[in-house]
Design a protein around this ligand. Structure first.
Ligand SMILES: [Fe+2]
Length: 160
């Protein structure tokens, strides 16, 4: 996934480093030692904020990665998430979602529809994560589309 982030250097300029850091760290909340609420974007962002003292932008990106707000609603953690962590600028948020949603759990490249199908099949139809991903799908698809459009603009500009 970090490789995907590096491929976005052309559209993010000097913010690419923040995106690459977020790409490495976004799922850190799954680590058993830091699990608290069980909602990995919030657990990870709190750890980065409170223990690592990481940069605000990085914490916010991790907190909200891949349209996490929908899963927060389903877990009754919406207020905690949104009061503790503001949304970052759309360009960065979308870029991280794009990277996450075009990479499978083993690091292989997947297109977004394959990635969504992979999540549904891993958790099964009734699981809170699957229901949350269904709610997040329009947000995820819009993010992927926005990043692909930005990449295509950069390509056209550099070839023209
Ligand atoms: Fe995640």
């Amino acid at each position: 996934m970090a490789a995907r982030a590096m491929s976005l250097t052309s559209i993010l300029g000097n913010e690419a480093d923040t995106l690459i850091a977020a790409a490495y760290l976004h799922d850190i909340g799954y680590a058993p030692d830091l699990t608290d609420t069980g909602f990995h974007p919030l657990d990870g962002a709190r750890y980065l904020r409170d223990v690592v003292k990481a940069d605000d932008t990085l914490c916010r990106l991790v907190a909200h990665h891949s349209c996490a707000v929908n899963e927060a609603l389903n877990r009754n953690l919406f207020d905690a998430l949104t009061s503790e962590f503001d949304e970052e600028r759309p360009e960065l948020v979308e870029a991280l979602t794009y990277c996450d949603m075009s990479t499978g759990p083993d690091g292989t490249h997947l297109d977004v529809t394959e990635r969504l199908a992979e999540i549904h099949s891993r958790y099964g139809p009734e699981h809170l994560v699957s229901r949350s991903i269904t709610a997040s799908t329009p947000c995820i698809l819009a993010a992927v589309k926005a990043v692909e459009a930005a990449l295509s603009d950069v390509r056209q500009a550099s070839s023209g």
